[in-house]
Design a protein around this ligand. Structure first.
Ligand code: DGT
Ligand code: CA
Ligand code: CA
Length: 580
């Protein structure tokens, strides 16, 4: 079974999880996490680097020891260091860390005090009220654990979109190479760019379906074959991801693509419209009686039902059908509309590249501007900037801008929003910046009222420009903090500030529904990479997918503006600050 970067990253994360539960040396734990991150962000297969004879220790965060472990995993598919740890601790223990609200200290206590090592045991203990008495827990935490356990049950088997893409892309390439295959596309939630996908629904055009499904089940990443016939097959990949393949003739490809893209709710609503017109829609075509009036092309399928083509990202039955009928579909933002990025880190804090390297990478991406927004002092784990270091960075950026061509660096900060809503650096420094990105990195547990008040107050600061990752959620790992998003958006409108859609595959934060709210309120959204290395700009495509799911058009996205237009929008102190 071939080993992917993600597989090695998962092994390193598991090691870090287990070490963390055992309270091991934080530097050692961080080394594994950084290495996992490096592997995930690497633009190419690490196996290829090894085959080219590259020295892995030149990668950020990879020393001799970790390089040796990568070689070991590539060669043997195993990692002895992990196996040793798994002999000491129940191997399923890290699963508990995935439950929002449970950190390593709490998992340590659950295991050592109550011998809990599975979500099922946890649920039983929470129901019996045995958790509230553990030091560091309490009744509120116990209730929250029960709540999140139920939410967790639905998401546990889903794959983050960016991870699914790592498996989908090579599979599509493989199928395209199979003899007789004319066309391959992934439909389903993947095509709708949903933040997580349950399984992949792959469609192929071919005449000899039997040969194609056979070739599919022989793909070298297939772990088990659930079913196989002449037109369809279902397999599970080594990663645990399920893939359904359907082979269809050319004349029904458009209908099949439309049907299997979904969503189910969208399909049902459209079928009802078709029925009213005396038509039948299925995966083979649009039918009037026995005659097929459309099928080969998705656009023609929709046209036959009396609808314009609807972008897949909108197909959730959230108003897109009404908008389509009224000719009011949004003209969705595209990746190529982005002219810059307003959230990126450098080596000065927790990034992996110098400011110059980041600037060059952004320019190579076709960007006109890049904001450097390193962390502020409060975030000590990231070596956050204090006043003095930020002033020095401002000077460095001014000097770089004098010699850089084709890209402009903007001076920014990702400043912590403190628990009382103040910002982590004085106004006298913030004043010198082009933009101030405010972020919540602590006190996630505040009540809804307090959390909302905290962020509203931060927005009242006249230098505040942009709210980073507004809900704070990490997909599958941390629930969003409790906040009144409607009020935040309304306040942003009044204060003339903006919201971020953070494109990091683990965040995708704003949510799609919040994008719709922002658009309705007229608050611009910045689709940012939050890049920590030069490869991270590639993640913007997932952010754009989410923005499209949120109905955003080019005009709704702050960083589609030219630098000149942007400067006017960033002008501070904010024109409206203090009013309203
Ligand atoms: P997932 O895999 O959970 O992320 O979500 P989807 O949307 O990919 O759902 P999936 O894989 O169960 O099915 C793919 C698409 O096929 C789905 O979006 C709509 C279509 N589909 C599947 N079963 C039905 C059905 O019983 N009725 C209708 N109308 N459509 C269906
Ligand atoms: Ca699916
Ligand atoms: Ca499916």
């Amino acid at each position: 079974m071939p080993v992917h970067n993600e597989d090695i990253a998962r092994i390193f994360d598991r090691i870090a999880d287990l070490l963390e539960i055992e309270g091991d040396n934080p530097f050692r734990i961080r080394a594994y996490r950084n290495a996992a991150r490096t592997l995930r962000e690497l633009g190419m297969d690490v196996r290829k680097l090894v085959e080219q004879g590259e020295d892995l220790t030149t990668l950020p965060g990879i020393g001799r020891d970790l390089a040796a472990k990568i070689h070991e995993i590539l060669d043997t598919g195993r990692c002895r260091a992990l196996e040793k740890l798994e002999k000491k601790l129940p191997p399923e223990l890290p699963e508990l860390l995935r439950i929002p609200g449970l950190g390593p200290k709490r998992v340590h206590a659950l295991y050592h005090e109550l011998d809990i090592h599975t979500p099922e045991q946890l649920e039983r203990a929470a129901r019996d009220g045995r958790i509230r008495d553990l030091p560091g827990f309490g009744a509120r935490t116990e209730a929250r654990i029960l709540e999140t356990l139920h939410a967790h049950a639905d998401t546990a088997r889903r794959f983050k979109l960016a991870v699914a893409a790592q498996y989908a892309e090579p599979l599509v390439e493989y199928l395209q190479g199979v003899k007789g295959v004319e066309r391959v596309e992934v439909a389903g939630s993947y095509r709708r760019a949903k933040e997580t996908v349950g399984d992949l629904d792959v469609l192929a055009i071919a005449k000899n379906g039997d040969a194609v499904t056979r070739a599919f089940t022989r793909y070298d990443e297939v772990d088990s074959v659930l079913s196989r016939g002449p037109t369809r097959a279902t397999v599970i990949l080594g990663s645990g991801l399920q893939v359904d393949l359907r082979v269809v003739p050319r004349e029904s490809y458009g209908a099949a693509l439309y049907y299997f893209t979904g969503s189910r709710a969208h399909n049902i609503a459209v079928r009802r419209i078709a029925q009213k017109r005396g038509l039948k829609v299925n995966e083979y075509g649009v039918w009037r009686g026995d005659s097929r009036i459309a099928g080969d092309d998705e656009k023609k399928v929709l046209k036959a039902i009396g609808l314009p083509w609807i972008p897949p990202e909108l197909r959730e039955n959230r108003g897109e059908i009404e908008a389509a009928r009224a000719g009011l579909l949004p003209d969705l933002v595209k990746l190529s509309d982005l002219r810059g990025d307003l959230h990126a880190h450098s080596r000065a804090t927790d990034g992996h590249a110098s400011i110059l390297e980041m600037a060059r990478a952004a320019r190579a991406h076709g960007f006109e501007y890049l904001a450097i927004t390193d962390h502020s002092r409060r975030l000590t784990v990231a070596h956050g900037l204090d006043r003095k270091r930020l002033l020095a960075q401002i000077e460095t950026i001014d000097q770089l801008n004098d010699r850089l061509h084709g890209i402009t660096l903007l001076k920014g900060i990702e400043v912590d929003i403190l628990e009382d809503g103040r910002l982590d650096l004085p106004d006298a420094v913030l004043e010198k910046l082009d933009l101030v990105v405010g972020a919540v990195h602590s006190s996630f547990d505040l009540s809804r009222a307090k959390q909302t008040r905290r962020i509203l107050r931060a927005m009242d600061n006249p230098y505040f420009t942009l709210l980073a990752h507004p809900t704070g959620r990490l997909i599958d790992r941390r629930a969003p903090y409790d906040v009144d998003m409607g009020r935040l958006i309304h306040h942003a409108r009044q204060r003339g500030c903006y919201l971020e859609l953070n494109a990091h595959p683990e965040r995708l934060d704003l949510l799609d529904t919040h994008c719709q709210m922002a658009r309705e309120e007229g608050v611009l959204v910045a689709v940012n990479s939050d890049a920590h290395s030069i490869a991270d700009f590639d993640n913007l495509r997932f952010g754009i997918g989410q923005a499209r799911r949120g109905w955003l058009e080019k005009k709704d996205v702050l960083n589609t503006r030219t630098l000149r237009q942007l400067r006017r929008l960033l002008a501070r102190p904010r024109r409206n600050a203090g009013k309203g």
